[in-house]
Design a protein around this ligand. Structure first.
Ligand SMILES: NC(=O)c1ccc[n+]([C@@H]2O[C@H](COP(=O)([O-])OP(=O)(O)OC[C@H]3O[C@@H](n4cnc5c(N)ncnc54)[C@H](OP(=O)(O)O)[C@@H]3O)[C@@H](O)[C@H]2O)c1
Length: 332
């Protein structure tokens, strides 16, 4: 494994992080979840990402149990707050009440006294940013989180929050956006602003939820046991990528991966890591063999000709519009 600083902070994270959205407490049985976490630890992954909302709070509980007995100082545990965790109108958003309540629930389920990074899972237009940042400051100053991050925030929102964080003497060090060969909306605004402020990207769905592994074939049913067959939740999220146009172009990447001596999954993960503003790629897995495959993307350098050849293939199916960095206009 290779390691990078999280933004301009002193915190080191593994280039590849393990994330448990859709899988833990939902798509995969508990023994598979534990086996994936074991495989991640054995491969040198030290950074684990979850959220209060995943699998209706069960994902944090599974991860907390899977990591029990590990040396806490050897791990970076990240979680998030914003999406609904209960039926009440205050069980969501970034109000002081919900942040203070949700951090306690997360720490209880994760079986730890602190998280390394506490992230605002979206921007909350119904709460004054000052209220949110003051609540985050109290979370940090009480020792429940070491660093603060955001997720899917626009460049202007990151800038404003970063200014407040400095006044409040708390470190806002990261943003968590979607980023892959197919989704490059952060490149024109979020990345330059983040570079200037010392904020690093911890990017999600670097494989476009498995699509860039090349296992979904145009005109064919999805492979058994894949996310696209998970009717509980996964299938709904991955559906946007399962068009013939996308799948046909993705297949055209196969010879490039072979020439580079990489699997398709490794090529996709290595691709996001070529961006120096990316601190870590958060990769999901439903079985340990995928973790073994994916971790080999750490430290891989892709040459300029290969990057150009990739661009030529995916350009027509790549989203680059910065206005696609969005948070709900109303609290969910
Ligand atoms: N901040 C946010 O709003 C946000 C949103 C989404 C995700 N995230 C974070 O990002 C993490 C990763 O997201 P993601 O799971 O969508 O990422 P991803 O790495 O793009 O996709 C992971 C999925 O692809 C399949 N896969 C993984 N490795 C494979 C391989 N080597 N060969 C073939 N298939 C493979 C697996 O699904 P199957 O085996 O089931 O097909 C796996 O669950 C999440 O766990 C979460 O921590 C954050």
């Amino acid at each position: 494994m290779e390691f990078r600083h999280l933004g301009r902070s002193g915190l080191m994270v593994s280039e590849i992080s393990y994330g448990n959205w859709i899988t833990h407490g939902s798509q995969v049985e508990e023994d598979a979840a534990f086996a994936c976490v074991r495989a991640a630890l054995d491969a040198g992954i030290t950074t684990f990402d979850t959220a209060d909302v995943y699998a209706g709070t069960r994902a944090e509980d599974v991860l907390g149990r899977a990591l029990q007995g590990e040396r806490r100082e050897g791990l970076e545990i990240f979680t998030k707050v914003y999406w609904p965790t209960g039926p009440g109108r205050n069980d969501r958003g970034l109000s002081r009440k919900h942040i203070m309540e949700s951090i306690n629930g997360s720490l209880r389920r994760l079986r730890t006294d602190y998280v390394d990074l506490y992230q605002a899972h979206r921007y909350d237009y119904s709460t004054p940013l000052e209220e949110t940042m003051e609540a985050f400051a109290d979370v940090v100053h009480s020792g429940k989180a070491h660093y603060i991050g955001v997720s899917e925030w626009k460049a202007s929102q990151i800038r404003e929050a970063h200014g407040l964080a400095r006044e409040l003497r708390i470190p806002l060090v990261s943003n968590q956006p979607q980023y892959s060969m197919l989704w490059r909306v952060i490149e024109t605004e979020v990345v330059p602003t983040s570079e200037e402020l010392g904020v690093g990207q911890i990017v999600w769905s670097p494989m476009a939820q498995g699509v860039l592994s090349g296992k979904y074939l145009p005109g064919q049913p999805p492979p058994a046991g894949s996310r696209a067959t998970d009717e509980k939740s996964g299938a709904g999220f991955i559906a946007q990528w399962l068009t013939d146009d996308v799948l046909t172009r993705v297949q055209r990447l196969k010879p490039l991966a072979e020439q580079a001596g990489l699997s398709m999954a490794q090529l996709a993960i290595a691709w996001v890591l070529q961006n120096p503003n990316v601190s870590s790629a958060i990769v999901g897995a439903s079985r340990p063999e995928q973790v073994h495959d994916n971790v080999k993307a750490a430290g891989v350098k892709l040459d300029a000709d290969l990057l150009k050849a990739i661009d030529e293939i995916v350009e027509p199916i790549t989203e680059r519009d910065p206005s696609r960095t969005e948070s709900p206009a109303q609290r969910p």
